[in-house]
Each structure stands twice: as structure tokens, then as C-alpha cells.
Design a protein around this ligand. Structure first.
Ligand SMILES: Nc1nc2c(ncn2[C@@H]2O[C@H](COP(=O)(O)OP(=O)(O)OP(=O)(O)O)[C@@H](O)[C@H]2O)c(=O)[nH]1
Ligand SMILES: [Mg+2]
Length: 467
């Protein structure tokens, strides 16, 4: 069991701890191990730095961090200059705050009959003895004495924890420095020449011979703000040699992209476009946008390039420019779902259902699908600094596993990327990873085309045998 903290929550705590990338291991939880102080001590004593996280029944998540090990004393304060209390969520909404220790001598109190206690007096006293479980919740029997050893600023006890003691869980995680793993995915070198080789390979890519196709058409689908348009810009930037903004990007409640665009990629205005088109769509929203019918029109190639999405009037055969008799050159050959890696693990059920329904449509058509996981720089600070550490990062490995599980796509088809967003100049590490992903996408398109070739061969074989 991995615990309830999401990757983004861990990342937030890592920023509060302020000492480089961290790994979190679940030591103890009420729901797994029982709300019993002696079990807490058995599992958490002498474990070094820990974070205690409390989930109350109002959806508020708060707790404390200490770098001092818990012990089973008869009752003793320990000094910790780096301890802090924190809140991650308030009433179900992300609202992180850090409350640093102001009397470090009283940072934590260890007592064999009690669970975690933070502060003298005590600021947060979780529980003592054993708590019964009642309808999936526990009532803490400790108390709050706010602002005694921790600086709570203007935060009231209501704002910190709703001033209630009913909780659904209490977890304690060990916190340790992450050492980078040996690579969990091999993609070859990260040198400049490797990037040049990849650029040449992609520039020379063509659909397989024997199939009359001018380009591979790759459709981007994903929630609003996931980084669909940014991925096209990233690929275009790599070949143009500087960061470009051909597709409009940004953050808003509703999709920034309002038109369907089948982008071509070329090195300059003078060079020929490459043999694939990256088709950017309006972002998926929980309650509107892309449904099965609209997706079907997109996949079949009925939707004209430049079509203005209009959530209130979905595309139909009456739409201006509707391609009534699309050929294979109009159709989509590979679908690329684009997911924001920094929020993937907290994606709403509704959004997940919507994506799964679209995935199922794509599968029914026999089309290849891959998943691009963006914003990995927000998930792992090692990667933020140096993208070439991506396949050594525990956090990214966990992220790929999570996305593969929730979307039911093999891990080999889940591709982490960092898009250009704040940069002005292109960087080899960012470009290499993006091109590796693009190569995988082109290979997935080829899989679909080879299936088509097989079918064509079978048809030819049948007609020959009839003759
Ligand atoms: N840090 C970081 N930010 C990113 C990354 N990719 C995209 N962004 C940012 O995320 C925001 C949304 O990106 P877009 O490319 O507009 O997302 P989209 O999926 O096209 O969104 P809609 O068109 O609104 O559906 C922008 O502010 C980007 O700069 C990434 O890999 N890392
Ligand atoms: Mg967009």
C-alpha cells in the first residue's frame, strides 16, 4: 500500500522540507495498521525524519514534519530546528501552508502511550492508547493548543483543521533523500550527436511503402491545460532551432485552443514539411467538449483543418467544410492522449471516465494509442534541473506506473515529457526526450499502418484466388 499522499502532495512537502529531492515511504497508517500508540511506536521509532499526515472528515489534510526520530520514552521533548506543521488541503481543496517551529526545544514530544505529538503544550497532540474505528472514521483523543511552539501566523484552528477530531486516516511516512536509480528505461545516449541523429531519423521518416499515405496524422487528446499545444510547439522548436509559439498556449478554466489544427513541422520556411501532422484539439472538460460522436468525426477525417470547435453546436455533416468523403490521408492514424503529470494522480473520476470512454472508441477503431505525460519538471526536481535524469527518477517511475494503471495502457506506451514553456533557447536534454517520445508515436502510427497493409494484402490475396 502506497499511502494517500499524491505525487503533487509529496512534491509540496519536499519544497517545505527544503533539502533536495525526497523519497516518502509509508511506515504507519490507522486504516492499515490500526489506531494504536504501541503499533505507531513499533513501526515508526528510530526511523529518522518523518511526516505525519492527518485526513479529517471535512477533507482537510494537515500534519507535521520532524527530522528527529520518534522514540518510546516515558515522556520527553526533543529539539528540532527544522520541524514544521503544515496544511495541504482545506475542505477538499488544495490550500497548502507551512507553519515553522518557533520554539525548537519543544518541537516534538515522544511518549510510549501516545501517537505523534508536535509542540510544547501541545500544538498538535494526535492520540493516546487505542482508538476504536466507527463507520470508517476515528475520533482523535488528543488536542490542539495552537501557536505554542509553532508559528501559526494568522491561521486559526478552524482554518488549520476545522477544529474537529474526526478523521478518516492518520499516516506516518519516512522521509529520505532520493538517490537516483539505475535507469529503469534505456533510450540510448543524451549527447548532442544523439539529438542530431534523432532529428535526422525523424526528418527522414515516411509512412511504410506500399501504403498510399502522404503523412501520418497524429491526434492529440487530453484535458484542458495538459500541454497539447505546448507539445506541438516543443517539436516545432526543436526543428526550428529556437523556442517557438506557433500554437497558442496558456492556462485558463476553459480550453485555450479553440480551433482544430493539423500542424506540419518543418525546419524553416524553405524546407519541406515532415511526413507527419500533429493534430491539436480543444481540451476535454468534465462537462463539455469532445464526445464519442465528435471523436468519431475526427478519427474518420471528417473535420476540416481550422475547424472552430463550438461546445454548443457540435460538428455535424452540415458544418461548413465538413469532409464528407474522407480518404486514408484525411484519417487519424494514431491517438496521443496528453495528461498533466503533476496532477495525474488526482484526476477526477468524471474526467477519468470521459477519457476512458474516448480510449475505448479509439481501440474499437483499431487505432494505436500512446499517452504523453507532461510537466514532469513539476514532479521531480532532479528532472527539472536536468531532464536526462528522467529514467533514473523514482518519482517519474511511480508516475508512469500510476498513469499506466489508471488508463490501462502498457507502460511502454506511457511517455514522460517536459515541454518548452519558460525557456527561450532550446536545450539538448528537453529536445532529446521530446523527440524520443515523438519517435515512439511514429512507431505506434506504423503499427496501425502495418495492420492496414496486412488487410490490403489479404484482400489482394482473396481477389487473386477468386480470379
Ligand atoms: N512546467 C511545465 N509547464 C508546461 C508543460 N507543458 C505545458 N505547460 C504549461 O501548461 C499550460 C497549458 O499548456 P497548453 O499547451 O496550452 O495546454 P493545452 O493542452 O493545449 O490546453 P488547452 O488548449 O487549453 O486545452 C501553459 O501555461 C504551458 O506553458 C511542461 O512540460 N512543464
Ligand atoms: Mg491547446
Amino acid at each position: 500500500m502506497a499511502g494517500k499522499l499524491s505525487i503533487a502532495d509529496k512534491k509540496q512537502l519536499e519544497r517545505y522540507i527544503q533539502a533536495g529531492p525526497k523519497q516518502f515511504g509509508l511506515l504507519y497508517s490507522f486504516t492499515r495498521d490500526g489506531a494504536d500508540a504501541s503499533v505507531f511506536h513499533r513501526l515508526c521509532d528510530k526511523q529518522g525524519p518523518t511526516v505525519t499526515v492527518i485526513y479529517n472528515t471535512q477533507g482537510t489534510v494537515y500534519g507535521g514534519y520532524t527530522e528527529i526520530s520518534w522514540t518510546s520514552e516515558g515522556g520527553k521533548y526533543y529539539r528540532d530546528d527544522h520541524a514544521f506543521l503544515f496544511r495541504l488541503y482545506q475542505n477538499g481543496k488544495s490550500n497548502p501552508m507551512k507553519f515553522p517551529v518557533k520554539k525548537p526545544d519543544n518541537a516534538i514530544y515522544c511518549c510510549n502511550t501516545n501517537g505523534p505529538i508536535f509542540g510544547g503544550g501541545y500544538d498538535v497532540n494526535t492520540f493516546s492508547g487505542t482508538l476504536p474505528i466507527q463507520t470508517n472514521q476515528f475520533t482523535l483523543n488528543g488536542g490542539f493548543n495552537f501557536g505554542s511552539a509553532y508559528d501559526m501566523g494568522s491561521c486559526s484552528i478552524e482554518q488549520f483543521c476545522n477544529n474537529i477530531k474526526t478523521v478518516t486516516d492518520l499516516e506516518v511516512y519516512s522521509v529520505s533523500d532520493t538517490s537516483l536509480l539505475p535507469p529503469w528505461r534505456e533510450i540510448g545516449g543524451w549527447e548532442h550527436r544523439d539529438l542530431e541523429d534523432l532529428k535526422n531519423e525523424i526528418d527522414a521518416w515516411t509512412p511504410p511503402h506500399g501504403i498510399k499515405l502522404k503523412t501520418a496524422n497524429i491526434l492529440f487528446l487530453g484535458p484542458v491545460g495538459a500541454g497539447k499545444s505546448s507539445f506541438f510547439n516543443t517539436i516545432s522548436s526543436i526543428f526550428r532551432g529556437h523556442v517557438t509559439g506557433q500554437a497558442v498556449c496558456g492556462s485558463a478554466e476553459q480550453s485555450i485552443t479553440s480551433k482544430y489544427r493539423m500542424y506540419r513541422v518543418r525546419g524553416s520556411a524553405l524546407t519541406k514539411p515532415m511526413k507527419f501532422r500533429l493534430c491539436d484539439t480543444r481540451g476535454i472538460e468534465e462537462n463539455q467538449g469532445m464526445d464519442g460522436t465528435e471523436l468519431n468525426y475526427l478519427l474518420e477525417g471528417n473535420v476540416p483543418n481550422g475547424y472552430q470547435f463550438n461546445p454548443s453546436t457540435p460538428i455535424s455533416p452540415d458544418t461548413t467544410g465538413f469532409v464528407a468523403s474522407p480518404t486514408l490521408n484525411h484519417k487519424i492514424h494514431c491517438v496521443c492522449f496528453i495528461i498533466d503529470g503533476s496532477t495525474a494522480s488526482v484526476m477526477s473520476e468524471k474526467m477519468l471516465e470521459k477519457i476512458k470512454a474516448l480510449q475505448s472508441k479509439v481501440r474499437q477503431k483499431g487505432l494505436s494509442q500512446v499517452v504523453l505525460v507532461t510537466k514532469i519538471d513539476k514532479v521531480c526536481s532532479n528532472v527539472e534541473e536536468d531532464v536526462s535524469t528522467v529514467f533514473q527518477s523514482v518519482a517519474i517511475q511511480e508516475l508512469v506506473d500510476t498513469v499506466s494503471n489508471i488508463l490501462g495502457v502498457p507502460r511502454s506506451h506511457v511517455l514522460p515529457v517536459k515541454n518548452y514553456e519558460k525557456e527561450i533557447n532550446v536545450r539538448d536534454d528537453v529536445s532529446l526526450l521530446a523527440l524520443h517520445s515523438l519517435r515512439q508515436i511514429l512507431r505506434a502510427s506504423e503499427d496501425f499502418m502495418f495492420n492496414l497493409l496486412d488487410m490490403l494484402d489479404d484482400e489482394r490475396g482473396d481477389s487473386e484466388s477468386l480470379e
